[in-house]
Design a protein. Structure first.
Length: 115
């Protein structure tokens, strides 16, 4: 499985962005996809996740502001981010887990929120 993330950029506080993660390869085997982020000097942390049966989970700090969705035809996962805050600034990574519990990572995309 290969993952390609895009959509990051610079946005003012209160603004919105949509991140895209394009999956290729053995996408039929994926049963979970998610987004993580890593701010400078901090550990990588989970942001949102989506299972094949549609269950989602979000970290508390983004609940109600971020939304994860998936397009199975295009093999893409999206992270819709709104009401962005400076503390959302980080490199965002998408990941996927397949049926064999193998974990895959895409390259990061930088999100910078100015105050």
């Amino acid at each position: 499985v290969q993952l390609q993330a895009s959509g990051g950029g610079l946005v003012q506080a209160g603004g919105s962005l949509r991140l895209t993660c394009a999956a290729s390869g053995s996408v039929f085997s994926i049963n979970f996809m998610g987004w993580y982020r890593q701010a400078p000097g901090k550990h990588r942390e989970p942001v949102a996740g989506l299972t094949n049966d549609g269950r989602t989970n979000y970290r508390d700090s983004v609940q109600g502001r971020f939304s994860i969705s998936r397009d199975n035809v295009k093999n893409m996962v999206y992270l819709h981010m709104s009401s962005l805050k400076p503390e959302d600034t980080a490199v965002y990574y998408c990941n996927a887990v397949n049926r064999e519990a193998n974990l895959y990572w895409g390259q990061g995309t930088q999100v910078t929120v100015s105050s």
